[in-house]
Design a binder for this molecule. Structure first.
Ligand code: ATP
Length: 514
């Protein structure tokens, strides 16, 4: 089996080759950690966004969506804490001159210990066969327990030092663990420093009157500053939510792993405003709701897990990540945070405006608490794309590359293929497209032998191929081929739309959440 790095390389090159994702400004050798979505990528991304929007806004009577500007008044970022606290601890290796996030170096170290645990589990599973009880093994194997304790001790210390801004201790920890620069192998480190991740820019033409601005590092603040507008004009009653999707910008220190960590990316966030004291219950509810949304896409329950935070951000009283098994291991895909009244309270203070809700049942006003769900659209794209890309061995000994995207999200739902480029078959194929295009993205392809065309559509993620042959002219039937099992059926042309609809209908997929 190919190793993880090879699989990931394949993902990146497939994304480029099939018009999904390319480096930004590639003709100028690209811009680090900035990417463009090409023709298929733009469609897939739009479909993911739509799948999220429908689940959050359309299906919840008490959630509405907005679209706030990227530029915001600079005081916003003072109030939110981003000016003072949106920092990452960075460290440089003096020999390779490479810059790293100090916390990531330590976490990568613990991931290596985690890998050792997995190895022990695999070995034991082999030894005990059917009698193997994983839970029991994890709890009792002295070696595993020792590894686990080691990981816990390291992460606790890291969390504590970061919390106390004790950067000297973060460096000491890196030295004690004998972490070496992955590039040079050297342990010659600088001190750890804080680095603010916001991009600054200026508003206004003349230098003296220009105002310093930031590109928003998260979409959430656009929701908080609009809380009262939306609550009043929408006559919203607590509990209610405001959702939005949009670009965010972070000057990430280490931007690697393709679209996993970008400097310009898109978020899909929802802030749910609740009565103080009910946060534990709503936090649990949103954890479950969001996990159901992920599982509805059918990418395997075993590929998701919750990771509760040890170290809480300055605004949170509870936080968890939904992690997904990417080709490079389990990593954060979505964050769910209980943000208390931190944001609205801070905006009240800095703006001097009351941001409160009058509760008619209690007959009193209060600053609502907030549960936030925040997912990176690009990261979700990567999760889906990397999970879907497969090399399959076929019965005849050949292999095929197939992109098994959830059909509901696939950029193109069907390709219509005339068996040959003559005898009126192209004309009939175009007629079929003209009928289908009102409901689905469909494409026409007449180049190469039909087997080659099937492979091309497999690699492109298209769930159906509709082949028009000479018999089609006689009896108005076509062959419809399913991407995943490669089965072919002869069906009436009039049935094709219905067959496609059954598999790509968003309602059917979303109902899996119920
Ligand atoms: P990380 O720990 O990976 O830096 P974070 O905890 O800072 O992420 P949040 O601020 O909680 O992330 O942002 C919410 C979501 O936005 C993340 O779960 C992730 O999906 C996405 N996200 C954050 N930073 C980036 C980035 N640089 N590129 C792509 N997606 C991102």
């Amino acid at each position: 089996m190919a190793n993880q790095e090879d699989i990931f390389k394949k993902v990146v090159s497939h994304a480029k080759e099939y018009g999904y994702v390319v480096q930004s400004s590639e003709i100028y050798d690209g811009l680090s950690a900035v990417y463009d979505y090409a023709q298929n990528g733009a469609e897939l991304k739009k479909n993911i966004r739509e799948y999220w929007w429908r689940a959050m806004v359309q299906l919840n009577g008490n959630i509405v969506g907005i679209d706030a500007a990227i530029f915001m008044h600079p005081t916003t970022w003072k109030a939110s804490g981003h000016v003072d606290a949106f920092n990452d601890p960075l460290i440089d290796n003096k020999d390779s001159k490479k810059r790293y996030r100090a916390d990531v170096l330590v976490e990568d170290h613990t991931a290596k210990i985690e890998a050792k645990i997995e190895k022990e589990v695999a070995k034991a599973a082999k030894r005990f066969g059917d009698a193997f009880d994983k839970e029991q093994f994890l709890a009792t194997s002295p070696r595993v327990v020792a590894y686990r304790e080691k990981i816990d001790t390291i992460l606790k210390r890291l969390g504590r030092s970061l919390e106390n801004e004790d950067l000297a201790d973060v460096k000491a920890l890196i030295e004690e663990l004998e972490i070496a620069c992955p590039l040079s192998g050297s342990k010659n480190w600088t001190d750890v420093k804080q680095f603010n991740l916001m991009f600054g820019t200026k508003l206004g033409a003349s230098a003296d009157s220009a105002m310093d601005l930031y590109l928003r590092p998260e979409t959430a603040q656009g929701i908080f500053v609009n809380f009262l507008n939306v609550q009043k004009t929408g006559r919203m009653k607590i509990p209610f939510g405001i959702a939005q999707t949009g670009k965010a910008f972070r000057n990430e220190i280490v931007a690697r792993q393709f679209i996993f960590r970008m400097r310009e990316f898109e978020q899909m966030e929802m802030q749910f405003f609740i009565k103080p004291g009910t946060q534990q219950q709503w936090y649990e509810t949103w954890k479950q709701n969001r996990m159901k949304w992920h599982l509805s896409l059918g990418m395997g329950n075993e590929n998701y897990r919750f990771h509760d935070h040890e170290k809480l951000a300055h605004y949170a009283d509870a936080a968890t990540d939904i992690e997904f098994k990417f080709p490079f291991g389990f990593k954060e895909l979505e964050g769910i945070h209980s943000r208390t009244d931190f944001d609205l309270g801070a905006h009240e203070k800095y703006s001097g405006k009351k941001l409160q809700y009058f509760d008619p049942e209690m007959n009193e006003s209060y600053v609502p608490y907030v549960i936030e769900t925040s997912i990176g659209l690009d990261r979700m794209f990567l999760a889906i794309f990397s999970h879907s890309l497969r090399e399959e061995e076929l019965e005849n000994g050949t292999t095929r590359t197939v992109l098994k995207l959830p059909a509901v999200l696939a950029p193109t739902k069907a390709a219509v293929l005339p068996l040959v480029k003559k005898d009126g078959l192209p004309e009939l194929a175009h007629q079929i497209i003209d009928a289908l295009k009102w409901d689905f993205n469909v494409i026409y392809d007449e180049k190469d032998a039909v087997g080659r065309r099937y492979r091309r559509q497999d690699a492109n993620g298209t769930p159906f191929c509709v082949t028009v042959d000479h018999q089609s002219l006689e009896d108005q039937t076509v062959t419809i081929r399913h991407r995943d099992n490669m089965e072919q059926q002869r069906v009436a042309i009039s049935e094709v739309g219905e067959i496609i609809a059954r598999e790509v209908d968003m309602k059917t997929w979303l109902m899996e959440m119920a």
